[in-house]
Design a protein around this ligand. Structure first.
Ligand code: BJW
Length: 237
């Protein structure tokens, strides 16, 4: 029977590419060093745009030096192997990096935005943005200064692609979460929705997520080892 797979990836899939996670049980994640309420909310950006832009400039520079790892490559291979069998992979990521795209994943849904894009708060223009972003940058579309912001979803903002995500969840047979802590909603609620729609559910993670009890199957280990092994089980070497 054809299989439609829905995969949600989180910061854990990019951890071995050197991008860091937000939360971990050792208290060493990004949010242990930086206060999300001062850097990842619209209110923080209104209060202190320089601090917020500097945080994302640093992350953008780190991303330029990062390389995809074996887990990103395996998911791109899975997508193409499923397509050859007339099956589909919906790849939704909470990550703002572009490591899935760099390995050839074709249509990634970035529900928390993309670090290498900026958008104008005035005219909503969305532009590729590879360099640092400053408060005096001019919008290439409307020509106003001081209106560009990182194209990321902060706390209190609506994640992107929610209609597409809901449709894909309804049409899938299997839900898999990879390297996500299950701490941030609405993504943390997808597994419950998947169960309600009758999907099988699988967690692939270094440490059990906050919502681990909602998964039918759990594979613990680092993404660069567990994901390629799981993909090989599904579609062969
Ligand atoms: C490995 C590994 C290795 C490590 N191999 N694994 C209830 C319902 C709905 C909303 C809320 C709610 N309660 C509260 C809210 C509001 C809020 C929220 O969830 N707050 C919680 C903190 C409680 N949510 C929002 O505000 C969201 N918007 C919203 O809700 O709008 C209204 C709405 C309602 C209902 C439906 C639809 C909309 C917006 C959330 C925006 C999150 N933004 C950030 C920053 C983005 C930009 C940036 O990158 O700076 O997104 S926060 C940060 O957390 C980032 C991540 O995408 C997100 C999730 O993190 P993730 O990916 O799970 O990573 P970690 O670090 O938490 O976990 C890493 C995992 O990897 C761990 O499990 C490790 O074990 C594992 N790992 N190494 C494999 N090598």
């Amino acid at each position: 029977m054809p299989q439609n797979i829905f995969i949600l990836t989180g910061a854990g899939i990019s951890a071995e590419s050197g991008l860091g996670t937000f939360r971990d049980k050792r208290g060493e994640g990004i949010w242990a060093r930086f206060d999300p309420m001062k850097l990842a909310t619209p209110e923080a950006f209104a209060r202190d745009p320089e601090a917020v832009l500097a945080f994302y400039d640093l992350r953008r520079r780190n991303l330029r030096d990062a390389k995809p790892n074996a887990a990103h490559f395996a998911l791109a291979r899975l997508e193409h192997a499923l397509a050859r069998r007339g099956e589909t992979l919906t790849l939704v990521t909470q990550n703002i990096d572009d490591l899935h795209e760099r390995t050839g994943s074709a249509s990634v849904i970035h529900m928390h935005g993309e670090l290498l894009k900026a958008r104008c708060e005035r005219c909503e223009a969305l532009r590729p943005w590879l360099d640092d972003l400053t408060i005096s940058d001019v919008c290439p579309d409307c020509g106003r200064a001081g209106t560009m912001r990182p194209h990321v979803v902060w706390f209190g903002e609506m994640p992107l692609g929610m209609d597409l995500i809901d449709r894909a969840l309804r049409e899938a047979d299997l839900f898999v979460a990879i390297g996500a802590s299950g701490a941030v909603y609405p993504a943390a609620g997808f597994v419950a929705e998947a169960r309600a729609y009758g999907l099988r559910t699988c967690e692939i993670n270094l440490e059990a997520a906050d919502n681990a009890d909602l998964f039918d199957e759990q594979r613990l280990g680092s993404a660069s080892g567990t994901v390629p092994a799981w993909v090989e089980e599904l579609v062969g070497p």
